[in-house]
Ligand binder design. Structure first.
Ligand code: JFZ
Length: 447
């Protein structure tokens, strides 16, 4: 039965995909970089020799019940007085991201603790009052823009420290009043960021799950319109606001709110149907779930460059971008282990990036040995499970107007044997082609 469509006042602003140049540019990125940096990088997941059992950027919420030192919050809230990163050089980060092959980056201007890495006029809890003083957001935006990498600003709605912040719907009059001032503060900061950093391509919202925020459908709707007017072409994901029924990401009619789906956090779709035809990206940590710097890197599984490349290709084969997170330390240095991973991914991208940038899903049967991406008349076959007979078989739908003419390896452009195979599967809708892999070229060459 057809479900009745609701008349929504604060639902999605659009049906179907955006088709402007800015959004097409976003779609073509393929690979991005996330950077989580803030005062949480100073403790790096531990204090006084005791480890916090959670994501390092959440350490302020550490309770004494779960082992936090006495007066932990008061200690944390003073950490900005030691924030003076001596190794911070945004140009080094940007060059490394460029070498990795990232075409966009997302930077934490302010995480849940509320510490602003730019000199916001609207709070004292900013970089200006740290010993570092200089505008870090400006340095980052300019360094990445100089490398041709598009910058997106991460902004947490949650601000644990702000007197007006409420996580649940305010009931008492003084709470409502406080929250009104917090809303105005949030709006002012967003306008400030867009005005201060006109190179910004989009905003990446977080912490918008609070009941108090979800309850603000009319106001957040108006704010979204204001931000988009301020910066035509601005890209905002599905994690900004809720409709009047409190539905997030997708409104009560099931239509995505925002320009791309932000629900793929540390997870990936398996089939194209899982994506509902939406634009999306996957943001991924290198450890299981650490975004900010955690000094203890060894006690959890660290994804290998191979793991990340497999995810990158899975994402791109399903029309998504893949974003790898980095957590610089309290001095502003990206740890050597992360730099090594970035370098390895970059080596692979050096050879294979044309199978990543500007590609789309190839609407052919998915092979078991790997994934397919497509650009114009080129089909890219990324092989992760090399067939034991060294033959990669492609199934091309009979309805396809494109017939493989030649095959070669991206690594050296050497032509490979390609032959049409008549499987005699008369009721099958596919034609088959075999590509012989050279025996000397092995998966061991993968990072
Ligand atoms: C949030 C933050 O709390 C975290 O510290 C980090 O910044 C990350 C990128 O975003 O964590 C989330 C947000 C959304 C989901 C899970 C964790 N989610 O939608 O499943």
């Amino acid at each position: 039965p057809n479900k009745e469509r609701l008349e929504l006042r604060h639902g999605s602003h659009r049906e179907g995909k955006r088709n402007d140049a800015e959004m097409q540019r976003w779609r073509d990125y393929g690979l991005g970089q996330f950077i989580h940096w803030g005062v949480y990088a100073i403790p790096g997941g531990a204090w006084d020799g005791i480890s916090y059992n959670g994501a390092a950027e959440w350490i302020r919420s550490w309770s004494e019940k779960s082992g936090a030192p006495k007066d932990w919050r008061a200690t944390y809230d003073k950490l900005y007085k030691q924030f003076n990163p001596q190794h911070f050089d945004a140009k080094i980060w940007a060059k490394q991201a460029k070498k990795m092959g990232a075409r966009y980056m997302i930077f934490t201007t302010k995480h849940h603790d509320g510490f602003c890495l730019w000199p916001s006029k609207y709070t004292k809890y900013t970089i200006v009052n740290s010993p570092y003083k200089k505008d870090i957001v400006k340095e980052v935006v300019e360094a990445y823009a100089a490398e041709g990498i598009d910058v997106y600003l991460y902004f947490s709605i949650i601000f644990w420290n702000h007197p007006g912040y409420r996580s649940t719907v305010p009931k008492a009059p003084h709470d409502s009043l406080a929250y009104e001032s917090f809303k105005e503060f949030t709006r002012n900061q967003l306008v400030e960021l867009l005005q201060n950093y006109p190179q910004t391509k989009g905003l990446w919202f977080d912490g918008s799950w609070d009941a108090a925020w979800v309850n603000q459908a009319a106001w957040t709707d108006k704010l979204e319109t204001e931000l988009r007017q301020l910066k035509p072409g601005l890209i905002i994901g599905s994690r900004f606001r809720a409709d009047e029924y409190g539905k997030r990401h997708f409104d009560s009619n099931g239509i995505m709110m925002g320009d791309y789906e932000q629900g793929w956090e540390r997870k990936l779709p398996t089939t194209i149907d899982d994506t509902h035809g939406n634009d999306w990206d996957c943001v991924m940590t290198i450890p299981p779930n650490q975004w900010g710097y955690n000094a203890d890197w060894k006690s959890s599984y660290i994804k290998t460059p191979y793991d990340l490349i497999a995810m990158l290709m899975q994402a791109n084969s399903l029309n998504g971008n893949f974003v790898i997170n980095f957590g610089p330390d309290g001095q502003g240095a990206i740890r050597p282990e992360e730099s090594a991973i970035a370098a390895k991914v970059g080596e692979w991208m050096q050879i294979n990036s044309e199978a990543v940038y500007g590609v789309t899903h190839a609407n052919f049967p998915k092979p078991d040995y790997g994934v397919l991406t497509k650009k114009d008349t080129t089909l890219y076959v990324t092989v992760f499970n090399r067939p034991i007979n060294n033959i990669v078989r492609l199934a091309i739908p009979k309805s396809s107007k494109e017939i493989p003419g030649k095959a070669y390896l991206l690594v050296n452009n050497v032509p490979l044997d390609l032959s049409a195979v008549n499987m005699g599967l008369d009721r099958d809708n596919n034609m088959y082609y075999d590509v012989a892999l050279p025996v000397g070229f092995s998966a061991a060459e993968m990072p």
